[in-house]
Design a protein around this ligand. Structure first.
Ligand SMILES: [Mn+2]
Length: 359
């Protein structure tokens, strides 16, 4: 099914090829008459949506889809033809009508939607929050509502402090506080939990682990994430080293940092830079066939500044899209990207710096 794509990514890192290979096997074995539901792949929002879908139905076939896969050679042509029951936190890539479609990405605005039921709010927080509000699934228990509440922080990056570097343990009092309402009070504690979700999701590598995470979260809620404790702690040790590097970078309105994909965790690096070095932080991850770009804007800027910094429009120039404050793209030509970025910053009267980062 995805054989053409698999052939085209021979030079990709092992874990990515394994991911596509497993997905391919899964699709080949899939009963076309089962309830097939797509959710966003490696992101907390998509994974929590997956656990909601699992809670709703033991038999649903949940397919995590990442955009680098969907946009891969020949993939869309294969996936759009499936009989999707639902699509969540993803663009409406289906050809046949779905039962429901749920999303919150502004980049989708204006795209053709072919679905019986729709829940779309481009100002809305997280896809799983939209899924909860939609009532398309059966009522969710508190343990899942808590996870949804966390995605309202992870997905909008509305943290007030940068990703932590402390070691995780099950006895941590803050992490044992339960949030059984959609109320975001006690902001500090809930953010600590949101960071565990964020870090756990970054620790999932295989397709099988992803499926087990849907099951585990549906059954146990937040505490299931402690299964990833060791990996989360490794990630946090690495984060501490990355913060030291970030400290030594120059200040500018816009900072662009380039690195070999997999050698750095862009998400916390962005946060560290936006915290003390720049208004816009752009990561350029070198992959075998080009560069993955992600654009992040600082929180709490004045409205005029936000108007200038419409990052989804910037991302659109580089085969991408997303949100105003956070979006992603791709380019095969770094020099052209650099030139375009210099042009953009000059036009908007912003200073820009490019850095190579190596750990
Ligand atoms: Mn989302």
């Amino acid at each position: 099914m995805l054989d053409e794509f698999l052939n085209s990514i021979k030079s990709y890192p092992d874990f990515q090829r394994k991911w596509v290979d497993d997905l391919n096997q899964f699709l080949k074995r899939l009963d076309p008459n089962s309830s097939i539901i797509a959710t966003h792949g490696h992101c907390p929002d998509g994974i929590v949506a997956g656990s909601m879908i699992r809670y709703d139905s033991e038999f649903a076939e949940i397919i995590p889809i990442d955009y680098w896969v969907l946009n891969g050679r020949g993939v869309r042509e294969r996936l759009e033809d499936l009989h999707w029951k639902g699509i969540v936190d993803l663009e409406p890539f289906n050809k046949r009508p779905t039962e429901y479609w749920v999303d919150h990405h502004i980049g989708v605005l204006g795209k053709k939607i072919n679905s019986q039921k729709i829940r779309y709010d481009y100002n809305g927080e997280s896809g799983s929050f939209q899924l909860l509000l939609s009532n398309f699934l059966r009522p969710m228990p508190d343990k899942i509502i808590e996870l949804v509440t966390l995605t309202r922080i992870t997905d909008t990056a509305s943290y007030t402090f940068i990703p932590p570097t402390y070691e995780l343990d099950e006895d941590n009092e803050i992490l044992n506080t339960r949030y059984e309402s959609l109320n975001l009070e006690n902001k500090t504690a809930i953010q600590h939990k949101a960071y565990v979700l964020d870090d756990a999701v970054r620790s999932i590598s295989t397709f099988e682990e992803m499926q087990k995470t849907y099951d585990g979260l549906a059954k146990e809620g937040f505490i299931f994430l402690f299964k990833y404790k060791q990996k989360i702690n490794q990630l946090r040790i690495q984060r501490l080293k990355e913060y030291e590097i970030a400290e030594n970078l120059p200040k500018a309105d816009c900072l662009v940092f380039k690195f070999d994909d997999g050698k750095l965790t862009p998400y916390s690096f962005h946060r560290k830079l936006l915290n003390s070095k720049c208004f816009v932080s752009i990561s350029v991850a070198k992959v075998p066939d080009g560069y993955k770009l992600s654009f992040r804007r600082k929180k709490g800027l004045n409205p005029e500044m936000n108007k200038i910094l419409q990052l989804h429009n910037l991302a659109k120039q580089f085969n991408g899209g997303g949100h105003e404050a956070a979006s992603g793209g791709f380019t095969t030509d770094f020099d052209n990207f650099k030139l375009e970025m210099e042009r953009w910053s000059l036009k908007n009267n912003l200073s820009i710096q490019f850095c190579d980062v190596e750990l």
